[in-house]
Every structure is written in C-alpha cells, then in structure tokens.
Write a protein that binds this ligand. Structure first.
Ligand SMILES: Cc1cc2nc3c(=O)[nH]c(=O)nc-3n(C[C@H](O)[C@H](O)[C@H](O)COP(=O)(O)OP(=O)(O)OC[C@H]3O[C@@H](n4cnc5c(N)ncnc54)[C@H](O)[C@@H]3O)c2cc1C
Length: 497
C-alpha cells in the first residue's frame, strides 16, 4: 500500500486528488450501524491524503451567494479553448450548468483620459485580427494605426532568446497599441508589468507567428484562410465559460467526488523531508505523515518553504518566481442608482491612466443571472505589478477594506457617475496571488525540473509554472497525478508483493 500526499487544495490540488482518488465516484451512502463507512482499501491500492491550510477547499476560487447575488471573489470565468476546464466540467456532470458570457451585449470598454472607448472587435490571443474595427476605433491615434500597419513590412527578429511582452508588441505593432490596448488586456490576466513579463512564457504563439509568417498581420491573414468550419451539430461554446451559481460549483463537485481521499482542512504543511523510504510531511500541529510521493499544489514561495531543508537550490529557484497581490471589490446597486447603462461587460484601465484600479466588470450584464432583477452588480479589480517607477510607492492594498471600498466608489463616481452607497459590498483580498512569468521564467522552470528529478516522488502543480488560468491549473494537477501514478507503479515493480 502506497501513500500520496497532496499539499494544497486549490483547483490544481483538487484536480490531482480527483485523478488519484481510490474511489472517484461519490462516497457510498450511509451504511447500517456497525458497517464501516470507509470502503476497505485493498492491498496494492493507494492512500491519498490532501492537506489544505485553509478551512475550505478551492484556493483562489471562491463564490459568495448572497441575497440572490452570485459574487465571485477570485476568478469569474475560464477559457473554453483550453481543453481541461470544459473537459473536467463534463466529467463532473456540470455540462448543463455551463454558461457563456452574455451573447446579447458583447461590448467591453477601454478607458482613455476619463472616457470609455469600445474595445475593437476581433482580438484574437491579445492581437487585433480584424482591420475594420481597428481602423474605426478612436482609442488609437492615426499615427498609432499607421505604425500598427508597419508590422506587415517589418522582418522577424533574427536573434532568438527571451523578450518582454511589451518589447515584442512595441517592436511589431508600436508602443501606442501596446499601452492603450494590449497592456490593459494583459493586466486583466496577470496583473503584470508587460515590460517584465516573458513573451516565451506568456504568449509564445506570438513569436511563433512572427517566425512562421514573417509578422503578426501576415499570420492573422494566413490563419483566417485556414480556419476550419465548425463541425455541424457540435455544440459551439462561448470563449469564456462559467457555472450557473459560480465557479465554486466545480470545487463543490470535485469535493463530492474524492471518494477515499483523506481530506484534511485547516492543516498547514511546514516541511517535507527525505525518509527511508520516501518522504515525511510535517504539519503545523506536530503530526508527521509518511509519503511515497508528494504533490506540491501550493504557490511557489510556499513550496520553497516546504523544501528549504530538503533542497535549498530548488527553494531558490522557486522563490525566483515573483507574485503580485490583488483584491476584488464587488458592489451592488439598484439600477436606478446607476446613471450610466451597464451596456457591456465593463471596462479595463491601462496602466498609463495612473489609476489604482485595473478593471471594472459589469457582472450583472456579463452574466445576467448573477444579480436579482432591478439590480446591477459591479466588480473592481485592484493591484498591479510594480514597475521601476512605482516600486517605492504605497500600494492601494495597504489600506483597510473600507479604504478599498472608498477607492472603488470614487472610481465609479468619476467614470460612471454613481454617487449612491452600494446596497451590498464584498471585499476579497488576494495577497501574493498572481505569479509573474517574468523574463527568465522558462530557465527557472528548467532549474526546478532539474532539482525535482533529483528527488523521485516529488511533483509540483499549480499556477506558478505553465499557465495561470483555471484550465492550465487543472492540466498541471492532473499531469502531476499521472506522474505520481507512474512513479508508484515503478516502485511497486521493485517491491516484492
Ligand atoms: C482575483 C483573481 C481573479 C482571477 N481570475 C481568473 C479568471 O477569470 N479565469 C481564470 O482562469 N483564472 C483566473 N485567476 C487565476 C486562477 O484563479 C488561479 O491561477 C488558480 O485558481 C490557482 O489555482 P492553484 O490550485 O494553482 O492555487 P491556489 O488556488 O492558490 O491553491 C493553493 C492552495 O494551497 C494552500 N496552501 C498554501 N500553502 C499551504 C501549506 N503550507 N499547507 C497546506 N496548504 C497550503 C492554499 O491555502 C491554497 O488553497 C484569477 C486569480 C485571482 C486571484
């Protein structure tokens, strides 16, 4: 009998636990007195323990359902294009509960100088893919548009090697397009600083397009010619999906499918050390668990603390992944208190506008069932990566929850004319939540992988490594689970029955 310990019960750890669960179906119904409620574990089966320091599962995924409102504290949608978000929802029987964003009003705005401009339609993977909307938009100046067109003529960069996202987009399409359009879109994903983010680790397909086609416009034209027709009869999914009563439905469904997994909430792992055989996982309450394999589904800095004694070099590489703190503040109003129509999904605010807020989502338009009839729900996203210029400035997140609420009310007053107090508000703080794939990220991953290879049975998963979105985290958790199973199979071959 082998034991796998998963540390961290966010979506990555849950996806790993789901893949490894000895009895993945829902736990059996209660049995008559005297019959043990746990199914007996057969010889050769594995024991799976999930350790989570918080009192709930889900990590960054948290949904508050209150007075008819569905309020997401962390993520609010996932990308349908990446297979494992949709795939896992199907496996969990949640397909009928999936919703795309509102089809009737598909508009998003971008702020420029206190004014909201419509985001030009047809952005594919951050890059404009339709000429008409780009030509018409007032967001980009005529010289900025001309500069964009130069992409058609500029040859690909001959030197290989990592480049920042901002440098790449600036080089191909011009800095104005980057500052006014790409930067705020990217900010909504990473809360990052595009001058520090690695293109190779965040949008490698852009450099590939440049290499394959000679430029982004040429690549976009070629992909239009090649686009396959949708399969007749196949369900067409919106680009972004969510669940009827929030993304927590995925967490709840997963939690109900962990038959045979020993889930320990409110237990913090403090150290993982080598043992003979395998490893020991020490918990804050003094308990020690023996493990044949360990999956670290924790933020990179937390994993670094756990392995600091076992492998100081791995800890250094893990600590090299920086994190940004963020917060979301949701506010609800009677529609009569919102002077401006919520005629879109909301607006994004470029860094150049010097506002503490990155984006305001008009949640009740984006997902109409998220607020009761007659109410508007708005969510503001606060917190950005520091730049060289801002690194010594005070962060808006230093303030109290009331300060954050005041900040959001001020933003909504200036931009949307809302002066009434909200009838309901929720503040969610996310300290060190968004890993930054900065220049050199792929080298850091290689260093981490190299150190992991020196410790058979240790695996990592989660948003710190190869994708920050929910589908990527699911993929990473499932991949770590598969690697752990393969490893345990090889162990079983070596140990006589
Ligand atoms: C505000 C916000 C908005 C976002 N929006 C989107 C979105 O719309 N779409 C999208 O796809 N993604 C979005 N993301 C990103 C996505 O939500 C995260 O990348 C993803 O949920 C991270 O999952 P994870 O399992 O890797 O990590 P986490 O969710 O961080 O889980 C790690 C878990 O490990 C636990 N832990 C840490 N240390 C220990 C320890 N020592 N012992 C035991 N347990 C420990 C933590 O308590 C936590 O539960 C957003 C993120 C934030 C913060």
């Amino acid at each position: 009998m082998t034991r796998i310990v998963i540390i961290g019960g966010g979506i990555a750890g849950l996806a790993a636990a789901h893949r490894l669960a000895p009895h993945p179906r829902p736990s059996p119904p209660a049995r008559p007195p005297g019959v043990p409620t746990e199914l007996p574990v057969r010889r050769g089966e594995r024991e799976v323990v999930l350790i989570e320091s918080d009192s709930r599962l889900g990590g960054k995924i948290v949904t508050d359902r209150v007075d008819g409102f569905v309020i997401e504290g962390g993520p609010d949608t996932f990308l349908s294009l990446k297979p494992r978000g949709l795939g896992l929802c199907r496996e969990l029987g949640l397909e009928d509960r999936l919703h795309g964003t509102n089809e009737k009003i598909r508009r998003t705005y971008v702020m420029r100088g206190n004014k909201l401009y419509e985001l030009p339609e047809g952005l594919t993977g951050l890059i404009p893919s339709r000429f008409g909307p780009m030509a018409k938009t007032g967001l980009i100046s005529p010289p900025g548009k001309l500069r964009m067109g130069l992409d058609y003529l500029i040859p690909p960069r001959s030197v290989n090697g990592d480049e920042s996202l901002a440098a790449f987009v600036g080089r191909r399409l011009g800095r104005e397009l980057y500052d006014r359009l790409i930067e705020p879109l990217m900010g909504g994903i990473y809360a990052g600083d595009g001058d520090q983010l690695s293109l190779a680790a965040t949008f490698p397909q852009l450099r590939q397009t440049e290499l394959d086609h000679g430029g982004l416009i040429k690549g976009m034209l070629a992909s239009k010619r090649k686009a396959p027709a949708p399969r007749p009869g196949a369900r067409q999914w919106a680009a972004f999906l969510t669940l009827t009563t929030g993304l927590a439905e995925i967490v709840e469904a997963l939690a109900g499918r962990l038959g045979g997994v020993d889930v320990r909430l409110g237990r913090q792992a403090t150290r993982v050390e080598p043992a003979s055989p395998g490893y020991t996982v020490q918990l804050e309450n003094g308990e020690t668990l023996a493990a044949d394999a360990v999956i670290f589904a924790t933020p990179a800095f937390a994993t670094a603390d756990l392995v600091a004694d076992l492998d100081p070099d791995m800890a250094v590489a893990l600590r090299g992944i920086p994190y940004v703190s963020t917060a979301t503040v949701s506010v609800a109003y009677p529609l009569a208190d919102i002077p401006r129509p919520l005629d879109g999904y909301g607006y994004i605010i470029p860094r150049a506008e010097n506002r503490p807020i990155l984006a305001c989502t008009w949640t009740s338009t984006k997902f109409p069932h998220r607020a009761p009839e007659g109410f508007g729900l708005i969510r503001a996203f606060i917190g950005r990566a520091e730049t060289v210029e801002t690194q010594h400035a005070a962060s808006p997140l230093d303030g109290t929850d009331d300060d954050l609420l005041a900040l959001v009310r001020d933003e909504l007053r200036r931009t949307m004319g809302i002066t009434a107090p909200p009838v309901l508000h929720r503040v969610f703080r996310w300290p060190k939540a968004m890993p930054q794939y900065t220049l050199g990220h792929l080298d850091r991953l290689a260093a981490i992988d190299k150190r992991l290879a020196a410790h058979p049975g240790l695996f990592v998963a989660g948003n710190a490594y190869r994708g920050i979105g929910i589908p990527d985290c699911i993929t990473s958790g499932e991949a770590a689970a598969n690697q752990a199973l393969t490893y345990l199979d090889t162990l079983a071959e070596r140990i006589p029955a």
